[in-house]
Design a protein around this ligand. Structure first.
Ligand SMILES: NC(=O)c1ccc[n+]([C@@H]2O[C@H](COP(=O)([O-])OP(=O)(O)OC[C@H]3O[C@@H](n4cnc5c(N)ncnc54)[C@H](O)[C@@H]3O)[C@@H](O)[C@H]2O)c1
Length: 359
């Protein structure tokens, strides 16, 4: 298999922003087929890519013999059915997060993809941020000591505009929880290990968004206890007025351990803040150049906005895992582990109780 033929299902925002530029970095990769339920969106992507095969029905695309790999970038509720059909047809699958609306479906996707022997990947894009990868490296090396507290805060200003499918529980599953906090849950699980239990709350302060009903959360907070004994506090909001909507808004992760503290904020994707036990306070810590691109990525870190271009390494990792016949850095199992925490957060908010997790 020299040239890999890709199909992309859902050619909206994230496909144009991340997946197409990511695939463009990969040698011998062709965007061969496109699918979108909206004919105008599909046509715009066809013109942009020159893909020879298009359809508004994903069922017609994922089983084709001339497709080797599929990227799923549709509204969340469609992910499991498309992923399972693609895997059963022997296609490698990169699926957007959250991969499902509940943990049972997420685990089923992982089991089906394993059974089919295909490569599978969850698009937890922020794992590709250079500073976050360096942070994982430092924690794994022991520089933190025993982890005490994981803290993350994502504050965006989405106002009260209409969010389309994102504000319908039946299509999205959850709001801010799946949209933004899922990334930070995934990062916490990689940095500190599995969670033992959690308590959470969600808020919907905008039951009307842009003239249409919204039944999803626009704020979520989780207090977690990790199996290691460390504690976690994770908060995310779409209603932090004035903080900007894009990646310029606050995205903050801090971890405190017995030896040190490390802190990461967006806007500084090649720098951490670091303080030692008993030291004078946090100081900048530059991310070494070997962390500026993902291993195996041909991307020139000097090209483009570094706050944007790290995202392209995600497609590179997927393609390299296919070629090297090894598991992707983030599989559907990672998607399922994060989903278990999300389901727990929903249940905790509904029942007003702590929820035990399997991990
Ligand atoms: N990894 C990240 O950082 C990140 C960022 C943004 C979005 N996402 C995820 O990507 C996915 C898509 O988000 P988006 O922002 O691109 O949304 P979007 O609304 O811009 O695009 C989704 C597209 O799917 C199409 N679609 C709807 N039903 C379809 C169907 N039955 N068959 C084929 N296409 C269909 C829509 O017409 C639309 O063009 C979501 O799961 C979202 O959570 C991930």
């Amino acid at each position: 298999m020299s040239t890999l033929n890709f199909a992309i299902i859902g050619t909206g925002g994230i496909t144009l922003q991340n997946h197409l530029p990511g695939l463009a970095l990969c040698p011998d990769v062709r965007v061969h087929a496109l699918c979108d339920a909206n004919p105008a969106t599909l046509e715009a992507a066809r013109v942009q890519t020159g893909a020879p095969v298009v359809s508004t029905r994903w069922e017609d695309i994922v089983t084709r013999d001339d497709i080797h790999a599929v990227i799923i970038a549709t509204p969340n509720f469609l992910h499991p059915a498309i992923a399972i059909a693609a895997a059963r047809s022997g296609k490698h699958v990169l699926c957007e997060k959250p991969i499902a609306l509940n943990v049972a479906d997420a685990r089923n996707m992982a089991a089906e993809a394993d059974r089919a022997g295909v490569r599978h990947m969850t698009a937890f894009t922020y794992q590709f941020v250079p500073a976050m990868r360096y942070l994982r490296h430092l924690v794994a090396r022991g520089d933190l000591g025993i982890p005490y507290h994981y803290r993350s805060c994502r504050l965006q200003d989405w106002g009260t505009r209409n969010l389309g499918w994102r504000q319908q529980k039946r299509l999205a599953g959850t709001g801010e929880l799946g949209d933004m906090l899922s990334h930070r849950i995934d990062f916490a699980l990689h940095l500190v290990g599995p969670m033992r239990r959690l308590v959470a709350n969600v808020k919907n302060l905008t039951p009307d968004r842009g003239g249409a009903p919204n039944d999803t959360d626009d704020w979520v907070a989780v207090i977690a206890e990790f199996v290691s004994g460390a504690s976690g506090v994770l908060e995310s909001s779409k209603l932090a007025s004035g903080r900007n909507e894009s990646w310029r808004s606050l995205d903050y992760v801090e971890i405190n351990g017995s030896e040190a503290t490390f802190e990461f904020t967006t806007g500084k994707c090649r720098e951490l803040q670091h303080g030692r036990l008993g030291g004078p306070g946090l100081q900048p810590l530059a991310v070494p150049p070997e962390f500026w691109v993902w291993p195996g990525s041909p991307r020139d870190p000097g090209v483009g906005d570094p706050l944007v271009t790290f995202r392209y390494d995600q497609a590179v990792e997927f393609v390299n895992a296919i070629r090297e016949q090894r598991p992707c850095a983030l599989t559907f199992h990672d998607g399922a582990r994060a989903q278990e925490v999300m389901d727990g957060a929903v249940r905790s908010a509904e029942t007003r109780q702590w929820i035990d997790l399997v991990g």
